[in-house]
Ligand binder design. Structure first.
Ligand code: NAD
Ligand code: TYD
Length: 340
């Protein structure tokens, strides 16, 4: 297997490459990343010496570069993580989201088609389904839930998914789509809720809680997500969508309480309610019954332990996140949180 992993220097992509290398999978891994603000070679540094791994810097939107890469490395499998991934940034400016998440996906699909790859897996998100009512806890997203994206981020991901679907129906390409809930764990970029809150508290800053803090997300440890993707790549049925979730719905207030407790901080001095995110989806919840019944996957990590592991990782890797929380990040932080 010659596997192309796009977005390999990002949060989930780097955890996926680490899992493949750590498990001793007999695959040649081509790790591709543009190294945008979110891509960080430090995420892969300890793996770079492994002879199975080749890192390439490049843009998935660059047709010629991608065509050459597929030929030279005889790509047989694609796991497509590369994306603009932060909802708040998509509200500030949506152009890069359309470019990478839609056009980039089309370029990869065409290269995968031209090279008759054995499997193409699109890593997508539960956010393509839109939002759920909070007063009906039994209602969850299934694979049959209609797409109803509400942010420029989720709209661009849904567009990518639609393209993938069309390449199955039109060209009979062996594609798979996974739609996962919110991940947490090591190497998570500190613009997202959990790493932002943990690192702000370590810096002695307050944590900005949007709106009333009662929005609900389903949280899954990143290693479980990576394992699910590998399971779908190996055992999934082409043309199918698989939802992936942690069966772990929590309000943002509850996440904040847990983080504060683990960091030894109190609510009144550490939490600042700020203006809500425009169009903020109220609740996401995943029915992951299909992947469990058909492919035998379910999460192995429990939130109460895995959040401790995650926080311990940020405490042990101050150099990693302090290097990020400077430069370009500062400009973003000011634009995002000023006047809220
Ligand atoms: P991330 O922002 O941490 O990483 C994205 C990576 O893609 C970065 O390394 C970036 O440099 C790279 N990239 C961006 N544009 C590129 C381009 N044009 N060409 C090549 N590389 C490019 O994101 P993440 O959290 O690791 O998410 C990975 C994937 O998983 C995304 O597709 C996202 O939609 C999906 N997803 C994420 C979550 C989550 O909770 N983080 C949940 C479900 C699905
Ligand atoms: P985020 O990590 O951005 O993931 P997503 O929006 O893709 O679910 O946000 C998770 C939740 O936390 C979401 O309801 C928005 C909220 N949030 C805050 O309350 N404050 C913040 O500073 C951030 C970044 C997010």
């Amino acid at each position: 297997m010659n596997i192309l992993v796009t977005g390999a220097a990002g949060f989930i992509g780097s955890n996926f490459v680490r899992m493949l290398v750590g498990r001793g999978e007999q695959a040649k891994i081509v790790a591709l990343d543009k190294l945008t603000y979110a891509g960080n070679l430090a995420n892969l540094q300890d793996l770079m010496k492994d002879p199975r791994l080749t890192f390439l810097r490049g843009d998935i939107c660059d047709e010629q570069f991608i065509a050459k890469l597929f030929k030279e490395h005889r790509i047989t499998h694609v796991v497509h993580f590369a994306a603009e991934s932060h909802v708040d940034r998509s509200i500030l400016s949506s152009g890069p989201f359309i470019q990478t998440n839609v056009v980039g996906t089309q370029v990869l699909l065409d290269a995968a088609k031209a090279n008759s790859v054995e499997r193409y897996l699109q890593v997508s998100t539960d956010e393509v389904y839109g939002t759920l009512p909070e007063d009906q806890p039994d209602v969850k997203f299934t694979e049959e839930t209609p797409l109803a994206p509400n942010s420029p981020y989720s709209a661009s991901k849904a567009a990518g998914d639609c393209l993938v679907r069309s390449y199955f129906h039109t060209f009979h390409m062996p594609v798979l789509i996974t739609r996962c809930s919110n991940n947490y764990g090591p190497y998570h970029f500190p613009e997202k809720l959990i790493p932002l809150f943990v690192t702000n508290l370590m810096e002695g800053k307050k944590v900005p809680l949007y709106g009333d803090g009662l929005n609900v997300r389903d949280w899954l440890y990143v290693e479980d997500h990576c394992d699910a993707i590998w399971t779908v790549l190996k055992k999934g049925k082409p043309g199918e969508v698989y939802n992936i979730g942690g069966n772990n719905e929590l309000t943002n207030r509850r996440i904040t309480e847990v983080v504060l407790r683990e960091m030894g901080k109190d609510w009144d001095t550490s939490v600042q309610y700020v203006k809500d995110r425009p169009g903020h989806d109220r609740r996401y919840a995943i029915d992951a019954g299909k992947i469990k019944q058909e492919l035998g996957w379910e999460p192995r990590h429990r939130f109460e332990e895995a959040i401790k592991t995650t926080i311990a990782w940020y405490k042990a890797h101050e150099d990693w996140w302090r290097a990020i929380k400077s430069g370009e990040y500062l400009k973003y932080y000011q634009a995002q949180y000023a006047g809220r």
